[in-house]
Design a binder for this molecule. Structure first.
Ligand code: SF4
Ligand code: SF4
Ligand code: FES
Length: 256
C-alpha cells in the first residue's frame, strides 16, 4: 500500500476558545495518528501543542478525541479510517483546555490524593505477606492502568456535568478504591477506615449506572465495570443491608 494525502481537522485554541482548522497531511503506510500530528507540527503548524512521551501506549500522555472517540493517538492506526474520511482530532472534552490538544488533567490528581493508600497489616513484616493467586491476579489487572484518563473523559457523569466533578471520583479512582477494598491484606478497616463507606459517600459510587463506557475505551483492556465497579457496588450493598452487619454496627455505635 502506498502513501496518500489525508484530510485532518484539528482543534486549535486555548482556555478562552478556539476552532477546528483544516489541514491536508501526507500519510505513510503503518502510521498512527500521533505520526500525523508530528508531521503537521514539522511542516505546517510548528506551534501546535500536543502531549506525548512514549509513542508505545504506555505513558498515557497522548490521550485525545479522534472523530469524537477518546483514544491514545499513538495507538490509533490511520488504517482504521477510510482514506476519504476527514479525521478530526480534539482535546479531551471532560477537562479544561490549556492549549490545542493539551488539557489540564489535575482533576484526576486531586481525586487520586483523596484515596488513602494500602494499610499494611501490623502483625506481618514485609516479606511475610501471603495471598492466593486469584487475589494477586485481580490486583494485577487494575495495576495495568497507565493513567491515560480516557475512562475519566468518557464517563457521562462528568463529561457533560462539570457540577458532578466535586462529588464523583470517576471510574479510574473508584477502581482504585475497589482494588484496595478487595485486597485481602489491607488493614484499613482495622485502622478505622471504611473504604466501602468512602466509596459511596466521598467518591460518588452511586452516580455510576454501570453503562460500561469506561471499559470500552480503556486501552489496557481493563474490565473496569465488571471487575471493579460492580463488585464494589455489591460490597457496599452487602455492608448496608446485611442484617448481621447492620446489628453489629448498631451495637458498636452504642458501646462507643
Ligand atoms: S460504568 Fe460507571 S464509571 Fe463507567 S462510564 Fe458508566 S457511569 Fe461512568
Ligand atoms: S483504567 Fe484504562 S482508561 Fe482508565 S486511566 Fe487506566 S488505562 Fe486509562
Ligand atoms: S505517547 Fe505514551 S501512550 Fe501515547
Amino acid at each position: 500500500m502506498s502513501g496518500y494525502e489525508a484530510r485532518f481537522r484539528v482543534w486549535r485554541g486555548d482556555e478562552h476558545g478556539g476552532e477546528l482548522r483544516d489541514f491536508t497531511v501526507a500519510v505513510n503506510e503503518g502510521e498512527v495518528v500521533l505520526d500525523i500530528v508530528h508531521r503537521l507540527q514539522a511542516t505546517q503548524a510548528p506551534d501546535l501543542a500536543v502531549r506525548w512521551n512514549c509513542k508505545a501506549g504506555k505513558c498515557g500522555s497522548c490521550s485525545a478525541e479522534v472523530n469524537g472517540r477518546p483514544r491514545l493517538m499513538c495507538m490509533t492506526r490511520m488504517s482504521v479510517f477510510d482514506r476519504a474520511e476527514t479525521v478530526t482530532i480534539t482535546p479531551l472534552r471532560a477537562f479544561p483546555v490549556i492549549r490545542d490538544l493539551v488539557t489540564d488533567v489535575s482533576f484526576n490528581y486531586e481525586k487520586a490524593r483523596g484515596i488513602p493508600a494500602f494499610v499494611p497489616p501490623p502483625e506481618l513484616a514485609p516479606g511475610e505477606y501471603r495471598m492466593f493467586q486469584r487475589d494477586v491476579d485481580r490486583s494485577q489487572e487494575f495495576r495495568k492502568c497507565i493513567e491515560c484518563f480516557l475512562c475519566q473523559d468518557t464517563c457521562h457523569v462528568v463529561r457533560d456535568h462539570e457540577e458532578n466533578k466535586r462529588a464523583f471520583a470517576g471510574p479510574r479512582f473508584l477502581m482504585r478504591v475497589a482494588e484496595l477494598d478487595m485486597h485481602p491484606l489491607d488493614a484499613a478497616e482495622r485502622s478505622g477506615l471504611d473504604r466501602r463507606r468512602t466509596a459511596q459517600d466521598e467518591h460518588g459510587l452511586g452516580y455510576c449506572n454501570i453503562t460500561k463506557c469506561c471499559t470500552e475505551v480503556c486501552p489496557e483492556g481493563i474490565r473496569i465495570t465488571d471487575n471493579a465497579l460492580i463488585p464494589l457496588k455489591e460490597r457496599v450493598v452487602d455492608r448496608r443491608y446485611d442484617p448481621l452487619v447492620w446489628l453489629g454496627s448498631k451495637i458498636k455505635r452504642r458501646s462507643s
